[in-house]
Design a binder for this molecule. Structure first.
Ligand SMILES: *[C@@H]1O[C@H](CO)[C@@H](O)[C@H](O)[C@H]1NC(C)=O
Length: 259
């Protein structure tokens, strides 16, 4: 009886929901950088210095039309550290787990921090977010959905920082979109995260303007957000992921080819 209530309390305290997931670490050039550890870092003093912005829990953003969509629910608080890397380096995102059948696309966006200072940059107003990576649905691949592919390769995903990108501080916004209950309005489940990077060597390429988050994920988008997964799976409708096309200046997708 006592044991039961303690576990119930622990579950409440950590907000961990089975089947969901969060960005746990980032691997660059063989080195592992820790993201915010959901359910642990909140209880550690002094606050651990991480490379990705705090997340309140491992669940989806409750309302993707609010500022929670920018960097996840957790207050969009700048991380203490930035990963130093070069333009053209590969960044591997490692989720704590992704065991659920939350089929959908996987994206990564980049935004340059204003004044090259991510410590003061929120990115929640303005067209800052440039899509540099996307996989969605490929009926001739196995598995067809990108998030299921991410699960099968051990909850990992890679992106290459655009070759020739100008040095400076940027946020990498990596995200899974679960569509399993997306047929209900506002049912689409977005799981974003924001990692701080400092490009120390690169070229002179500046990012174009991108999309605004919040603002660009429309609850009534019947091609990418308000969709019935089974209709797509059965080939009755085509799927077009939200957030627009991948920037032509992005490096090729290194996860697998195809849509
Ligand atoms: C989906 O797109 C393909 C290629 O453009 C097209 O041939 C097909 O008719 C479309 N399917 C539906 C259900 O709209």
């Amino acid at each position: 009886m006592v044991k039961l209530s303690i576990s119930a309390l622990l579950l409440c305290a950590t907000h961990l929901v089975a089947g969901h997931g969060y960005l746990k670490s980032i691997v660059v050039n063989g080195q592992t950088y820790m993201a915010w550890q959901v359910g642990q870092d909140d209880y550690v003093t002094p606050t651990p210095e991480r490379y990705a912005r705090k997340l309140a829990d491992n669940g989806p953003v409750p309302d993707f039309t609010t500022k929670d969509i920018t960097c996840g629910r957790g207050g969009n608080i700048p991380a203490a550290r930035s990963i130093e890397l070069k333009a053209g380096d590969k960044v591997e995102f490692v989720w704590d787990q992704w065991n659920s059948a939350h089929s959908g696309p996987v994206f990564t966006y980049i935004a340059q921090c204003a004044n090259n200072d991510c410590k003061t940059f929120k990115g929640d107003t303005g067209n800052f977010w440039v899509k540099i990576d996307q996989l969605a649905y490929n009926p001739s691949a196995n598995p067809p959905w990108a998030s299921d592919f991410l699960r099968e390769r051990g909850a990992k995903w890679s992106v290459v920082v655009p070759t020739g990108l100008a040095p400076g501080e940027y946020l990498l916004r990596h995200e899974i979109l679960g569509l399993h209950v997306a047929g209900t309005r506002m049912g689409a489940q977005f799981y974003p995260s924001c990692t701080h990077i400092r490009v120390t060597q690169g070229g002179s390429t500046k990012l174009p303007s991108g999309i605004a988050l919040p603002g660009s994920y429309n609850p009534d988008d019947k091609d990418g957000i308000l969709v019935e997964l089974w209709r797509i799976d059965q080939g009755q409708v085509n799927y077009t992921a939200p957030g627009g096309p991948v920037w032509t200046g992005a490096a090729p997708n290194v996860n697998r080819p195809g849509p």
